[in-house]
Write a protein that binds this ligand. Structure first.
Ligand code: NAI
Length: 285
């Protein structure tokens, strides 16, 4: 039986809005908390746009019915009755630690799960500031959340097996996604493999070994990847790629995770990929 029905989300940016959307589409009652009314309005707008688009494309019967299950508010105390809260605020350890202390005070049920969507902050750092470390874990969604099926579940050394199983049952059963589990180490499964691959492609390009187009075509046509590693870095954003590489390097001190100089220079120059109009490729608009 699913024990998670009332879901809370903190942060209604790119990821938080996506997480709120998939939970509400699955029938859960969702309360999302933002830091100001302006941000809450922007987050609500983001949710509405995504749901209306899904309806127009025939993927959703009624955007309004889903929106009725979501409240976007500005007070954390509105999360008191939640069965699970997923934190999706800025990737800043101090801010997340502070939030977990507050959530621990506010969320009433001793069985409630406190989850983080962090990409790189150790779950243990968040678990240890609460009085319920057995109920804290990482639940790492992928962008865009309504489209990508993977969710990484990340128990810390102190997370109870039952917490992992309750989260898995919700992710697989209610959300219709696919959960995989890994230990509380920087990068989890996907970024630990993807980032060194992208960094190797950047080093190859940096050394003049091959052009960006040829490196990418090699992977599209020779390994059936939907896009090559440099185009993918442009899509992720070179600043994000750099930040994840730095956290992996800091954790493991392995050269394969060290950001190549070209990546650092491109970030300095604000050549961040698609969102900046230029990265390894140039984009219109
Ligand atoms: P974002 O910047 O789009 O959204 C963060 C939101 O949190 C903002 O709307 C901000 O106003 C709000 N916020 C900040 N502090 C708050 C507080 N104390 N209380 C309530 N709201 C607060 O960031 P994004 O990309 O959605 O990332 C969120 C988290 O998800 C980060 O931990 C990030 O590492 C992780 N993540 C990001 C992915 C991506 O592709 N962008 C993929 C997977 C995880």
């Amino acid at each position: 039986m699913n024990t998670l029905q009332r879901i809370g989300v903190v942060g209604c940016g790119l990821m938080g809005a996506g997480i709120a959307e998939v939970c509400a589409r699955a029938g859960s009652d969702v309360v999302v908390v933002e830091s100001s009314q302006e941000r809450a309005d922007a987050g609500r707008g983001r949710l509405e746009k995504s749901l209306r688009r899904a309806q127009e494309r025939g993927r959703l019967e009624s955007a309004d019915a889903v929106l009725e299950r979501i409240r976007v508010v500005t007070e954390l105390t509105e999360l008191a009755d939640r069965d699970m809260v997923v934190e999706a605020i800025v990737e800043d350890e101090g801010a997340k630690v502070d939030l977990f202390k507050q959530l621990d005070e506010i969320v009433e049920s001793p069985d409630a799960i406190l989850a983080s969507n962090t990409s790189s902050i150790p779950i243990m750092k968040l678990a240890t500031v609460t009085r319920r470390p057995a109920n804290v874990l990482g639940v790492h969604f992928f962008n865009p959340v309504p489209v990508l099926k993977l969710v990484e579940l990340v128990p810390s050394l102190m997370t109870a097996d039952e917490t992992v199983e309750r989260a898995r049952s919700y992710v697989d059963g209610e959300l219709g996604k696919h959960a995989i589990t890994c230990q509380d180490r920087a990068g989890f499964v996907v970024n630990s493999l993807l980032i060194p691959f992208i960094l190797s492609a950047i080093r190859m390009y940096e050394s003049g070994f091959a052009t960006a187009e040829d490196i990418d075509q090699g992977f599209v046509l020779g390994a059936a990847h939907p896009q090559g590693p440099l185009a993918l870095a442009d899509l992720i954003g070179l600043d994000t790629t750099m930040a994840v590489a730095q956290s992996l390097y800091e954790e493991f001190k392995e050269p394969l995770y060290a950001p190549p100089p070209l990546l650092a220079r491109m970030v300095d120059a604000n050549l961040l990929g698609r969102k900046a109009g230029r990265g390894f490729y140039t984009y219109d608009g």
